[in-house]
Design a protein around this ligand. Structure first.
Ligand code: IPE
Ligand code: IPE
Ligand code: MG
Length: 244
């Protein structure tokens, strides 16, 4: 679709949900759903950056996803280690910087942590866009970690309490990114499941029925058209309406 004349969100966030149900409906294993999700992510993210979106955050694995059966957790961690290198090379060729949000410690495998550090180093000079991959990520965890880091600085007298503002707080989150303009959660679930709680304050939200492996570039176009129909007021009033 031609995006000329449309409002383009700066920061899009996607909760990539429904891989398991996508597989179930096709008589496949959940793991096949995750693989199909990965293949879709490649095409979709390339398209999103091509269309001029500057920041894309994706929810790949939550802190709560460790509750799943060990076989599924192991499969997902291996998938990450096996595919993330290829995927980041692919996306970095488009001059995209890759960042990771989430706690980089146990139970995340050491291999995965090394890979994240390496990818961030290799792509740090890229400047056409940012891909923020959320793994072992929780929105509450992110806020609590930020509070802990701020507290340490205050205790060491490196930071004054009076200087802490809503803007400066973002600096202590896993990554300092602009606010989210558009949140998409696939699979029809209408909840945020602990995703980017601080950054979502005034995000427009879109909940398509499609499972993530079927959330095509055409589906993304529909999300952008819906976003363009939304009237974002940020607590103010609608200056376009005639009744004020
Ligand atoms: C999203 O798909 C991928 C991850 C959470 C890792 P799900 O695995 O949650 O798929 P459903 O929701 O069970 O269909
Ligand atoms: C959210 O999906 C996490 C990711 C997509 C990575 P879940 O499938 O884990 O969320 P719930 O359990 O349905 O809320
Ligand atoms: Mg799910």
């Amino acid at each position: 679709m031609d995006y000329t004349g449309l409002k383009i969100p700066t920061h899009v966030a996607i909760i990539m949900d429904g891989n398991g149900r996508w597989a179930l409906e096709r008589g496949k294993k959940r793991s096949e759903g995750h693989l199909a999700g990965y293949e879709n992510l490649k095409t979709l993210s390339e398209y999103i950056f091509q269309k001029g979106i500057k920041v894309l955050s994706i929810y790949a694995f939550s802190t709560e996803n460790f509750k799943r059966p060990k076989a599924e957790v192991d499969f997902l961690m291996n998938l990450f280690v096996e595919k993330m290198k290829e995927y980041s090379d692919y996306i970095a060729k488009r001059d995209i910087k890759v960042l990771f949000s989430g706690k980089r410690s146990e139970p995340i495998p050491k291999k995965a942590i090394e890979l994240m550090n390496e990818i961030e180093r290799n792509t740090e000079k890229n400047s056409s866009g940012i891909l923020n991959v959320c793994i072992n990520y929780g929105g509450r965890l992110e806020i609590v970690e930020a509070v802990k880091n701020i507290s340490l600085l205050v205790r060491e007298e490196k930071l004054k309490i009076e200087s802490i503002t809503e803007d400066s707080f973002s600096h202590y989150l896993f990554q300092d990114l602009p606010d989210i303009d558009l949140l998409i959660r696939t699979s029809g679930e209408v909840r945020v499941s602990n995703f980017m709680l601080y950054q979502l304050s005034y995000a427009e939200m879109y909940f398509p029925k499609a499972y993530f492996p079927s959330f095509s570039t055409d589906e993304f176009d529909k999300a952008i058209l819906t976003y363009n129909k939304r009237n974002r007021r940020f607590g103010g009033i609608d200056y376009e309406s005639k009744n004020h």
